[in-house]
Design a protein around this ligand. Sequence first.
Ligand code: NDP
Length: 324
Amino acid sequence: MVKVVRVHAYGGPEALSYDDVELGQPGPGQALISQTAVGLNYIDTYHRTGLYKLPSLPHPIGVEGAGIVEAVGPGVTNVKPGDRICYGSILGAYAQKRIVPADRLLALPEGISDEVAAGIMLKGMTARYLVRVTYPIKKGDTVLIHAAAGGVGLIACQWAKHLGATVIGTVGSEEKAALARAHGCDHPINYNRENFVEKVKEITGGKGLPVVYDSVGKDTWEGSLDCLAPRGLMVSFGNASGPVPPVSILVLSQKGSLFLTRPILAHYIVTRAEYEETANDLFNVVKSGAVKIEVNQRYALKDVGQAHIDLENRKTTGSTILIP
Ligand code: NDP
């Protein structure tokens, strides 16, 4: 029996049930891993509430972690028992041990701790595809990253800065502004106090931006479009304040022949080659020190309900780790 956090019925933090589950043995192509650290992500709250539907109920949630391979099933050659591994984007991470498709495991490089790995695999691979693929940032670009002091935000700010951008970031408090500033954000804007559209216009001399990375959703949608230069790209990649309501595509012409994408990580790491390229790029910027990782909160896995409460109440910054 192992401890696994499952959702039996969609709901609030009380829907997270700390269950005993029989695991069994890994089948063909699978590996049994023992987890040392599990990452907390905003997407976990969508899986808990049902905004993003789970494949069945009850179902374990969580999508990133690190640990050690305990056993492998027939046909597995990329990992062996004893290997340090990590992964992102495999549903069911809130567990002491779990069985996963072995071809979605990555070797955890020397110099990166289990906690850091568990705190970056989803968030850091997301930051990577956003700044390198969805809109490849060029030296001299000015970009806007919402929730700049959050998990994805702190990584994305540093990475964008590393690529040569001037980074504007929104944050919900003065403490978060200081944190973002210390992590690559040239112009933190407290959007609870200031109008971020006006500030962006001021910073860009009225020109607007080539891209906005928006994970806040409903509350920032309209303002984000207003920050873009003609033919700019709106990257709407999250719903922390709630999903963006249905929109008329005419708004894109009215606001400057804008481009719009609603990307998810899974579609950027479809093949093993894409997955490895994305992860290796992430490991390299972390190991070089270009992107520093802040694990600012730790909770026992059994206390994950409190972790969800804090995340949804905007009390966390950077990465958060659950210890199984
Ligand atoms: P964060 O650590 O960024 O936490 C969310 C942050 O959003 C909060 O700290 C808060 O920062 C801000 N926020 C703004 N409005 C609200 C609100 N009404 N309620 C709660 N928070 C609010 O989380 P993650 O780093 O885990 O994820 C960031 C976003 O990226 C999420 O929306 C997530 O869904 C998305 N995401 C998308 C992926 C994709 O591929 N599409 C993959 C991974 C994440 P502040 O107080 O500063 O406003």
